[in-house]
Design a protein around this ligand. Structure first.
Ligand SMILES: C[S@@+](CC[C@H](N)C(=O)[O-])C[C@H]1O[C@@H](n2cnc3c(N)ncnc32)[C@H](O)[C@@H]1O
Length: 344
């Protein structure tokens, strides 16, 4: 059964390392490698999450060999890209197996399966489609996300980030996918922290990625070389099997068309020892007494495509069923942060 943990020890960088340019085009964001870190410990409880005190330095792996180009793979074959092919309207990635070429625009790479399709437009369930609208994407960091703290007990991005870093300690210095990044509030924090070799800000919504891009553009001295914006579907991730060190998914599992299908994909791309950390909300406590709630959530799912979790056990089941181990959960009212690891 789930372990509920209320204390965390976290680390922050004191010094960013050298950056290494990457040939990925047309996306303007590439790769950064950091060298040394001092640290800050952050303790958390269920109500007051953060308190900072000095602590020992944290060892950060220096993954010299990996580049963005190594990380991405064809979402159809899961095989590596052979080149930054020069065909079509600009440079892109060509799959070494199926030879399909994937392109991007000045904002993001499009690594969805249907990328480049001329006549076919895919429609997802409402819980995915709503975030593709320009209005919701615009409002997301301008009140929508903040409301999660009011009704759900979400601690807020900065405090959630401190908790996330605690879970990611074993994989610091590696690559991280911010899956369903939305407007990139965590992707930006990951990139600015300098704690990861690459940050991939991944979402299905073109408009959310546009917001992410605009927020980055507005920030002075943002380490653009440390982040890549990618459009992809969570159930068909454009990464090679066992290639990624960490996957974060903030407030997103309940929006995914198939949470188990998505976590299976996350498990596939995580390398042995790789870490999955995610947040969502659970309708339990007083909600457990609401008659027919279980039946009601099924109906909600059928209509909206949104999954409402009723217990930590459901989330643990998904992780276990997808081959992840060491499930943990931290709660604050309806908010839950979970983590699980790919077995070594
Ligand atoms: C509530 S937002 C979460 C944004 C951000 N991670 C956060 O912590 O606030 C949910 C995100 O999931 C994305 N999403 C929904 N369905 C998806 C899918 N099939 N593949 C990838 N992302 C998806 C939406 O576009 C949206 O940006």
């Amino acid at each position: 059964m789930a372990t509920t943990t209320l204390v965390s020890n976290l680390s922050l960088p004191s010094q960013l390392g050298n950056s290494r340019p990457d040939s990925l085009k047309p996306n303007p964001f590439a790769v950064n490698f950091k060298r040394s870190f001092a640290a800050i410990t952050v303790r958390a409880s269920s109500t007051a999450f953060v308190e900072a005190t000095p602590t020992d330095p944290v060892e950060v792996q220096d993954n010299e060999a990996t580049t963005c180009n190594d990380l991405f793979a064809c979402p159809i074959c899961f095989d590596p890209f052979s080149s930054n092919g020069e065909s079509g309207s600009g440079s892109g990635f060509e799959c070494s197996t199926c030879k399909k070429t994937y392109f991007g625009n000045e904002i993001h790479l499009d690594l969805t399966v249907a990328s480049g399709a001329k006549n076919y437009g895919e429609s997802m369930p409402a819980a995915t489609e709503i975030f593709r609208t320009p209005l919701v994407s615009f409002l997301y960091e301008r009140g929508w996300r903040q409301s999660f703290s009011v009704w759900g007990g979400f601690p807020g991005p900065e405090k959630e980030f401190e908790l996330i870093k605690d879970y990611l300690k074993p994989v610091l210095g590696g690559s991280i996918i911010d899956a369903s990044c939305g407007s990139g509030l965590f992707s930006r924090l990951f990139a600015k922290s300098g704690l990861f070799s690459h940050v991939v800000a991944l979402d299905y919504s073109e408009n959310m990625l546009k917001q992410c891009y605009e927020f980055i553009e507005k920030e002075e001295n943002f380490p653009k070389e440390n982040i890549t914006l990618v459009r992809a579907d969570i159930s068909r991730l454009p990464f090679a099997t066992s290639s990624v060190d960490a996957v974060h998914a903030g407030a997103a599992i309940h929006c995914w068309p198939s949470p188990s299908g998505a976590v299976a994909e996350i498990s596939r791309i995580l390398r042995p020892g790789g870490v999955f950390v995610a947040t969502t909300y659970i309708l339990d406590g007083p909600f457990s007494f609401v008659p027919f709630l279980r039946e009601g959530t099924k109906r909600t799912r059928q209509i909206s495509g949104s999954q409402i979790f009723l217990s930590e056990g459901e989330l643990e089941d998904i992780c276990t069923a997808c081959g992840l181990v060491g499930f943990t959960a931290v709660r604050n009212r309806l908010f839950v942060m979970i983590s699980a690891t790919k077995p070594s």
